[in-house]
Design a protein around this ligand. Structure first.
Ligand code: NAI
Length: 248
């Protein structure tokens, strides 16, 4: 059975996904923080040498890739773009050719990627190289929170592009947009969003648990999702619908 590669595997949604997939699959986790003795391979997605070293330890053929690693908008804007967009793109481009027929790439975006604005910029950024993306981020003077929105909007578009590009090889690509999830990242979202996360909680009365998002990702990676590609699945406990109601 071909293995699934999961980034961001040491914490939160990624760790939950590794636990879930491991019940039926070989799984390899990658993360910047790999505890000694843990099965996770240490890999900083923003460091090409670190990614190259991790790639050398991965099988030549894999069944799928789950892009989960990310940082919140409390980080500086360039760091947010480096991890969320450029790091995700780096590992995806490196591994796409290894994904077996019938496999899939699932990328965790965010509801933040659905915020209005920056559409033309995102289109240009996806055609730009890493240095140009970072130069634009500095010139545009983005806050970390704005960079988070842009990075996730770019991942939504990148996920669709991959779907079209990889279809001839029968590899699917989807994205998942969670609302607030109870992970170590949540307090940072609260800090960068100034209270919006708390209001969000009132719809379902709680935030998502990491395993509730992991199950969506696992489904999209699986052959059960064989007819689903190029789409974003919003997993937000009804929050988007509530906001639409509020707007009426
Ligand atoms: P988390 O902080 O628990 O896990 C993120 C993992 O990514 C960490 O283990 C971290 O070490 C790893 N990581 C960060 N930078 C890295 C790098 N340069 N190279 C390799 N690994 C790196 O966070 P959580 O909540 O599990 O987040 C997972 C994904 O879900 C992120 O992409 C996040 O943007 C997204 N998300 C989370 C939401 C939430 O409320 N927690 C809401 C919407 C989206």
């Amino acid at each position: 059975m071909t293995c699934i590669v999961v980034t961001g595997a040491s914490s939160g949604i990624g760790a939950a996904l590794v636990r879930l997939l491991s019940e039926h699959h070989p799984v390899v986790g990658l993360d910047r923080h790999a505890a000694p003795g843990s099965p996770v391979i240490g890999c900083d997605l923003t460091d090409p040498a670190s990614v190259a070293a991790a790639l050398a330890r991965l099988p030549d053929r894999i069944g799928g890739l789950a892009n989960v690693a990310g940082v919140a908008g409390t980080a500086p804007a360039t760091r947010v773009m480096e991890v969320n967009l450029l790091g995700t793109r780096r590992i995806t481009e490196a591994l796409a050719g290894r994904i077996a027929d019938g496999g899939a790439i699932v990328t965790v975006a965010s509801l933040a990627g659905h915020h209005p604005g920056f559409d033309d910029d995102v289109r240009r950024l996806l055609a730009a190289d890493d240095d140009d993306v970072l130069a634009w981020t500095r010139t545009a003077g983005l806050s970390g929170a704005q960079a988070y929105d842009v990075s996730k909007k770019a991942l939504l578009r990148y996920g669709r592009q991959l779907s079209a590009r990889l279809a001839p090889r029968r590899v699917r690509s989807c994205t998942v947009s969670p609302g607030p999830v109870e992970t170590p990242l949540l307090p940072e979202f609260e800090a960068s969003m100034a209270g919006a996360v708390e209001r969000a909680a009132t719809w379902t009365g709680r935030h998502a648990r990491p395993e509730e998002i992991a199950r969506v990702v696992a489904f999209l990676l699986s052959p059960d999702a064989s007819w689903i590609s190029g789409v974003d699945v919003v997993a937000d406990g009804g929050l988007t619908a509530r906001r639409a109601d509020d707007a009426r």
